[in-house]
Design a protein around this ligand. Structure first.
Ligand SMILES: N[C@@H](CCC(=O)N[C@@H](CS)C(=O)NCC(=O)O)C(=O)O
Length: 239
């Protein structure tokens, strides 16, 4: 079976004319492929692509469906995680790295692109902080040791502490946003995409989110590109 032949069975009928969801792979295909749908991490690259008008093919494999475990997918991504970007011979995993690649390759006014070393570092500072402290250290710990306790073990103390830890760091971001529309003064960018997807996740997990951040999230998710991306990412597969 080729890496993509399972898609014959998993083809999603997409109502978005600019997004192709293919049921076969052609090796000459140079269009960007985004693998993975259904989670807040897979939402990130789809959202960037929607903001910047990147033409892409969505391969909507899901988390915990076994699809990331297939030998064919393991060949594409030895980490067996989603999301994954394939652009010709380039393969990239890690939602943050994929988003950054798309922003650099398809620059556009909708998403701030840091250029100078200082601009880069300032964006990295917030992306790493939000990703490291809130996504990985807090929310993913809650997911692993509560939702996925059958795999990773139940750890209620760690889950409660992770929720408190998330709130502590969300308060720091809340303070930052007192007088700013976006995480960086220069405008809407990658740090906002990482933050907003974490806020959606945190609220779904009943983590205490400071009020200003809830307002911020409501404002950001009204963006047309977000609405399209969310509809594409969370669209249930048609069988
Ligand atoms: N740090 C990675 C995390 C990727 C990750 O853990 N993805 C999950 C779904 S959100 C996954 O692929 N889990 C394995 C599986 O579902 O089989 C990123 O941000 O891309």
């Amino acid at each position: 079976m080729s890496a993509g032949s399972y898609l014959i069975n998993r083809a999603v009928l997409c109502t978005f004319p600019h997004v192709e969801v293919e049921n076969h792979i052609t090796t000459q295909n140079q269009r960007i492929e985004l693998w993975g749908a259904g989670t807040t991490r897979t939402l990130r690259p789809i959202w960037v692509a929607e903001e910047l008008g990147v033409p892409y093919v969505l391969r909507p494999i899901g988390a915990r469906t076994g699809e990331t475990q297939s030998p064919e997918y393991k060949q594409l991504n030895p980490k067996q995680k989603i999301p994954l970007l394939v652009d010709g011979s380039i393969r990239l995993s890690e939602s943050l790295a994929i988003c950054r690649y798309l922003i650099d390759k398809f620059p556009g006014e909708a998403v701030y692109q840091p250029i100078t070393p200082v601009e880069r570092a300032q964006e990295d500072e917030w992306c790493c902080y939000i990703y490291g402290e809130i996504d990985e250290t807090s929310l993913y710990v809650m997911r692993r040791h509560r939702d996925l306790e059958h795999i990773y073990g139940s750890a209620p103390v760690a889950v409660a502490s992770a929720a408190e830890y998330a709130t502590r760091h969300l308060n720091v971001v809340n303070d930052l946003l007192h007088q700013r529309e976006f995480v960086l003064e220069k405008g809407f960018g990658l740090a906002d995409i990482i933050l907003t997807t974490c806020l959606i996740w945190a609220l779904a997990y009943s983590v205490e989110v400071p009020g200003q951040l809830v307002e911020y999230k409501d404002r950001i998710v009204a963006r047309p590109a977000y609405l399209r991306a969310a509809a594409i990412n969370f669209k249930p597969p048609e069988v």
